[in-house]
Design a protein around this ligand. Structure first.
Ligand SMILES: [Zn+2]
Length: 274
């Protein structure tokens, strides 16, 4: 899934590789996929995008936005976004293929579920998109200690830290993937109640959010996700499907995996306390 570090890396790579290219061919909704969310009718994407020049890519939380003339393209959740040079083999299945006038292509396809949209600038009223644009990125200076403390309100004491940090888009771009190492580094269990955190604990968690996300971004994203060229990121996840059953790097206890709140959680039974 695209989360904050991967969205930032994809936007950077698109700016370096795709900006300035003119869209020659557009194929949208080529492979039927029930859990691909489009904005509007994908059959209209061709007239919206053909002939336009890619001018910029930015990321909002876990979303990547590309500007092409007066149109915007938006990618989120489980979209795979890849760049191919002319002559490289393109994937057979995809939900959006853009071919540029130099023969290179940008292809997007969804694995489990994901959003893949094109729309005229200013026309997308999807609330997840608007929230992601509005809220401060956890890596921005607006996301400071006071802002973080303000997220602990009357509705949150009974929420687990997983629910508190990684649902409702409370913190934009922080999903169930990056959550695992944030809590590991803070030595807190995903099921620990948000209301049990002392002021000192809140500070530890705040620092872990900033430090963990910065490190993931600096290393080109997590090794469980691929970048624009199909290469995994160089950030080695401490807790993920890759490390389940392996000894914890700190205390040597085994990393556990468990189903919780519609997804997997990973934790070290030695380090992370409820
Ligand atoms: Zn441990």
């Amino acid at each position: 899934m695209i989360e904050l570090p991967e969205a930032a890396v994809l936007a950077k790579q698109i700016n370096e590789t795709v900006v300035g290219k003119r869209i020659k061919k557009v194929i949208a909704a080529h492979t039927p996929h029930k859990l691909t969310w489009y904005f509007g009718d994908p059959r209209e994407y061709k007239s919206l995008l053909a002939g336009k020049v890619i001018s910029e890519a930015t990321s909002y939380g876990g979303q990547v936005e590309i500007t092409a003339g007066k149109a915007k393209l938006l990618f989120s959740d489980g979209v795979n976004l890849r760049y191919y040079n002319e002559g490289e083999k393109l994937p057979d299945k995809h939900q959006l293929l853009l071919e540029f006038d130099d023969g290179s292509s940008l292809v997007g396809w969804v694995q489990m579920y994901g959003g893949l949209s094109a729309f005229p600038e200013g026309k997308n009223d999807n609330k997840y998109y608007l929230i992601a644009k509005e809220k401060p990125s956890p890596l921005s200076s607006d996301f400071d200690e006071d802002y973080f403390r303000s997220l602990f309100d009357e509705g949150t004491p009974r929420l687990s830290l997983k629910a508190f940090l990684a649902t409702e888009q409370r913190i934009t771009g922080l999903g169930n993937g990056v959550l695992q190492d944030i809590l590991f580094n803070a030595k807190m269990h995903p099921k620990k109640r948000a209301g049990t955190l002392s002021a000192a604990d809140q500070q530890v968690l705040f620092d872990s959010i900033k430090n963990t996300l910065s490190e993931m971004m600096a290393k080109g994203g997590r090794n469980t996700e691929n970048d624009l060229f199909g290469d995994p990121g160089a950030y080695k996840t401490k807790l993920s499907k890759n490390t389940t059953g392996q000894p914890c790097t700190v205390c040597r206890a085994l990393i556990k995996k468990e189903a919780y709140l519609g997804g997997s959680i990973y934790y070290c039974v030695g380090c992370q306390k409820i």
